[in-house]
Design a protein around this ligand. Structure first.
Ligand code: ADP
Ligand SMILES: CSC[C@H]1O[C@H](OP(=O)(O)O)[C@H](O)[C@@H]1O
Length: 394
């Protein structure tokens, strides 16, 4: 792997090809093609291919601003290094569930990584009705292993605190603090929703008990440095097929509350489940159930086998930790559902529903589900209770 330095310049197709050639990944003289395929909110993604051998590489480059808004929203280039280092750190524990990183460049803010084009972004696949049988078992495992192994339950406190400093990510955290935990609960200019949702949205802005619980969840996000999170684990950050799962895009990585990653993934499954009916809905509901099942059992096994905490065998402590993660996750899921419906960044699962009456009806239900998950999170003892609540509201 190479790490080099130079002053920043945005890549073009030509310079991306030149960069790929310099890496000795393709055979000499290969006729390379480049295509900018980034569909996310923030960065450029160049796919470099050799048509003859079929080999490919991905070069992801951060821009000094948020792509979705433009130069008026400056954003640190350091996020590229955070993302590459998080892929590498998480890759120590789940190499089979993240792309390999081949090269990084801090000044040019790019990461060269494994091309996963043989897979589909899970959100897209789920919208077109895929079931992805391995998805929840793989993500449950990814969550348990990455979060346990980077926490105080597995690391010497010096190493844990060193990592927390390395992954200090204030600008990207601020985006989450604003877009997930603050703006949707106030009449803020970043919010974006259909006029038909005005009454439902105003009810959120005027709901004191809901806002109090959202404030508590925001405080957890701001202060609880429990483990190295992915930080934005939605279904658009996951590549999947029938047999494989890979998690990409951890540029929001930082030391935060374990339940945040779990909750974001669950929320995005809920936003998909409510758009489905019958057996297809059931398949996604089973993923919701299985994610928690696999996460909690794997986390529990790691605790028993690899835990270094002095209180690890103290009766009731592991159960307390898992219960706290569960309650946090359900609350964070509620915040994610609300922001994906009325905040700045929506999801195609809901926005892509063409028939307006159905779309608005589902969005109203999702808002109610989000509110209920936040307010009732301490009265929902099991994942079955959470699923029953989702089904009741929808
Ligand atoms: N390793 C990869 N292999 C193939 N395609 C990728 C890879 N990484 C990203 N992409 C493509 O680029 C898109 C945007 O990537 P992402 O990391 O989500 O960017 P952003 O940070 O801007 O959200 C993905 O949805 C996917 O289509
Ligand atoms: C202006 S950032 C909005 C939103 O975008 C990020 O997601 P992604 O990069 O995967 O598209 C993140 O969820 C932010 O909250």
């Amino acid at each position: 792997m190479t790490t080099t330095t130079q002053s920043y310049k945005a890549l073009t197709d030509e310079s991306a090809i030149a960069l790929a050639e310099s890496l000795n990944f393709f055979s000499q003289g290969a006729k390379l093609e480049s295509q900018e395929i980034g569909d996310g909110n923030l960065n450029y993604v160049f796919k470099i291919t050799d048509g003859e051998s079929g080999k490919g590489l991905i070069i992801k480059q951060a821009l000094p601003y948020a792509k979705v808004v433009g130069e008026s929203w400056p954003l640190t280039l350091k996020r590229a290094t955070i993302e590459a280092n998080a892929l590498k750190k998480h890759g120590e524990f789940v190499p089979e569930l993240v792309p390999a990183v081949y090269a990084t460049n801090e000044e040019l803010a790019f990461t060269v990584m494994e091309d996963l084009s043989h897979l589909t972004i899970a959100r897209e696949g789920l919208i077109s009705g895929e079931a992805y049988p391995k998805l929840s078992a793989d993500i449950g495992k990814y969550l348990a292993k990455t979060l346990f192994h980077t926490s105080d339950f597995a690391l010497h406190p010096f190493e844990k605190k060193r990592l927390a400093v390395e992954f200090s990510n204030p600008e990207l955290c601020k985006i989450t603090e604003d877009l997930i935990f603050t703006d949707p609960f106030f009449d803020h200019e970043t919010n974006d929703f259909e006029p038909e949702l005005q009454t439902a949205v105003e009810a959120i802005w005027n709901n004191g008990p809901l806002k109090l619980e959202a404030a508590k969840l925001k405080k957890s996000f701001l202060t609880e440095a429990e483990a190295l999170l992915h930080g934005d684990l939605h279904t658009g950050s996951i590549f999947a097929s029938e047999t494989e799962t890979k998690v990409i895009d951890p540029e929001f990585a930082f030391y935060g509350p374990i339940g945040f990653d779990v909750g974001l993934f669950l929320a995005n499954l809920i936003a998909q489940a409510v758009t489905r009916e019958g057996e297809k809905r059931e398949a996604v509901i089973r993923h919701i159930e299985n994610t928690w099942k696999v996460f909690s059992s794997t986390f529990s096994e790691l605790w028993e086998e690899k835990g270094i905490e002095a209180f690890k065998d103290t009766k009731g402590y592991k159960e307390f930790v898992l219960e706290k993660i569960f309650q946090d996750a359900i609350g964070f899921a509620g915040c994610e559902l609300i922001r994906r419906t009325i905040g700045l960044a929506h999801v195609k699962d809901l926005d892509g529903i063409e028939e307006p009456e159905r779309r608005i009806g589902l969005k109203k239900q999702v808002l109610q589900t989000g509110e209920a998950l936040i307010v009732k999170r301490k009265d929902l003892p099991t994942i079955a209770a959470v699923i029953a609540l989702v089904e009741e509201q929808n």
